[in-house]
Design a protein around this ligand. Sequence first.
Ligand code: ZN
Length: 317
Amino acid sequence: MTFTEQLSLSGTEWRRTTPPNIALCCPFCSDRGETVDTRFRLYINLTSEEAHCFNCQWSAKAGRNGLRRVLKGLGAVGTSVSPEAHVLARQEPLSLPKDFQLLATVRKDPDHKLRTAYRYLVARGVNEEQMVRHEIGVSLVGPASHRVIFPVRCKDRLVAYTGRDFTGTQKPKYYTRGVKESFFGWRECPYPDERTRTLHIAEGVFKAMALERALRYSVAVAALGSSLTLAQARLVCSGYYTDVVMWLDPDGPGIKGGIRSLEMLRRLWPRGGKLWIAGYKGDPLDEVTSAQIRKTFNDMTLAYTTDNCWRVLFCVE
Ligand SMILES: [Zn+2]
């Protein structure tokens, strides 16, 4: 994969500057004692691999594996970087796999593979209402073969999808395409009968849907990673929501990513606006009962009923 493909896969937003240069938000700034970069201050020459951050002054000299070091800093898994032949070519709009088929309708389908995919979802707690609402489907051929497909949309435009293996044999378990500029389950505003303006964010699709089932009519979304991308943080801050609850995974990457996300949200939140943020860490959300989720959320709400501009609550159950 090329460098920019790996950036896209890891959900990193980047911008073209003068070819062959691009710019992105520097992943090294905070570790180097600077504020988190949200202004694309890391410039990278894709040909020579020279790189320089105009905020924290991190730099890589020509031919010194700058691209790989940047990917490592971003937490991208890439092992090698292939030449950037098409970087200036316009990217094709993303589409779902050609054989994509909605799963809500296949409970009694004669095709046993479709039924297996359906049963996999049900076993993970997903109900038919959610299959319909989130347009969850399946693909049986091509690169996302034998995966349940979860589309990620932004204002009705497909921006990404992730496919979860349902056979228990494929690695990696998740196959993700597109750019993480939105969330699985994202809505511009809550459901009509929902009074609060609280957005619940989980790492993965099953956790988000567990939240959705437990907190009926709340908007619960999946970031598809342990940290928000800058584009996701912007989306959260630009819309309808006044409260954000980060349901962090209780592991190292979950907590580190959560803190990085909270810092981005705090910086991007409009001046004068109120942001009420709570974090949770406990057993995985898709392994606890709906009642436990509701109790945790009520505890969080009770603990912070004032007009907090910025609060982080780690509630250990
Ligand atoms: Zn920097």
